[in-house]
Design a protein around this ligand. Structure first.
Ligand SMILES: O=P(O)(O)OC[C@H]1O[C@H](OP(=O)(O)OP(=O)(O)O)[C@H](O)[C@@H]1O
Ligand code: HPA
Ligand SMILES: [Mg+2]
Length: 179
């Protein structure tokens, strides 16, 4: 195991199995919709989750990316910066926002409001991880892979200072590696 890891919280098989369940659930939820949803994934953390999830959605979906940033190291800085906006319009579309983690909830709340203000018909959220103990704004995902305790996690897209996103599992970072 990597020397900066305390433990593995979710292994690859568990994550893939949960993505399959979520994909099947989303297929059911949207299959009678007028139009398939546009998946909007937030760079960079949600990329591995998006890649796994879409294999299991049996609909003619499309996806696009936004890049917003609010973290320096392990600290949420509160102020959400847009680094890259969507390439396409969301007007009258059913949007499924794809996140790796909902932590304080600030990113999700801000992006959800932005998409609604741009005329999205509906905005729902699917997240791989939810850390409810850390929430500072009132927001919940519609579909959640796993609820996790209040520990700083890395892997499957999640980073510490841009590192460890490529781990095929989610692990807890040792405090001595970031404090
Ligand atoms: O609920 P919050 O406290 O807002 O935190 C969650 C957000 O923070 C992280 O993104 P970050 O801004 O670090 O960008 P990244 O995806 O490129 O790592 C993570 O990927 C979520 O998008
Ligand atoms: O626990 C986390 N790990 C990595 N990035 C994050 N962004 C919010 N929470 C986390
Ligand atoms: Mg991050």
């Amino acid at each position: 195991m990597h020397p900066c890891l305390e433990k593995i919280l979710l292994n690859e098989d568990e994550i893939v199995a949960r993505c399959k369940e979520l994909g099947q659930q989303l297929t059911e939820e949207y299959k009678h919709n007028e139009q398939p949803p546009l998946l909007v994934a937030l760079l960079k953390g949600s990329v591995p989750f998006l890649a796994e999830l879409i294999k299991h959605i049996d609909l003619d979906i499309q996806f696009d990316f936004m890049d917003v940033s609010s973290y320096e190291g392990t600290e949420s800085i509160g102020d959400i910066k847009i680094i890259k906006d969507l390439d396409c319009s969301v007007k009258n579309l059913d949007i499924l926002l794809v996140e790796d983690i909902v932590d304080t909830g600030r990113t999700l709340k801000t992006v959800k409001t932005m998409l609604k203000n741009k005329g999205a018909k509906t905005v729902r959220v699917v997240t791989l991880l939810d850390k409810p103990d850390r929430r500072v704004v009132d927001i919940e995902a519609d579909y959640t892979g796993f609820e996790i305790p209040n520990e700083f996690v890395v892997g499957f897209g999640l980073d510490f200072n841009q590192k460890y996103r490529n781990f095929p599992f989610v692990g807890v970072l040792k405090e001595e590696c970031y404090k």
